[in-house]
Design a protein around this ligand. Structure first.
Ligand code: FES
Length: 104
């Protein structure tokens, strides 16, 4: 397991997806309230970049801009069709005010 510093909470704007390159992976980070969620930046339907999608702050879900599938940010679960498979989710740790993403 590798942990990588991705900044602090104030570096992330509410509900604005940001692409991150971490440990050879392309990820998307989204802040909702006081938490930052990190998923693979790849829709499980047709491998479209989720960082181009919109975030629903009320449900804490991100929409794929290509065909509109919604994914739960807390675990990458697909909430609507056409996606049926989850997107990989990564844990984010908070250490002394810094955010660290864990990759296997
Ligand atoms: S590519 Fe994302 S919903 Fe189709």
């Amino acid at each position: 397991m590798t942990t990588t510093d991705i900044g602090q909470l104030s570096d992330f704007e509410q509900g604005v997806p940001r692409q991150l390159k971490v440990d050879g992976r392309v990820l998307v980070a989204v802040r909702v309230a006081e938490e930052v969620f990190v998923l693979d930046d790849r829709c499980s339907h047709e491998e479209f970049s989720l960082s181009e999608g919109e975030v629903d702050l009320e449900t804490a879900e991100i929409e794929c801009a290509r065909h509109g599938a919604m994914f739960r940010l807390s675990d990458g679960a697909p909430m609507t069709f056409p996606a049926t498979r989850p997107v990989k989710h990564y844990d984010v740790l908070v250490r002394e005010g810094r955010l660290e993403v864990e990759t296997p």
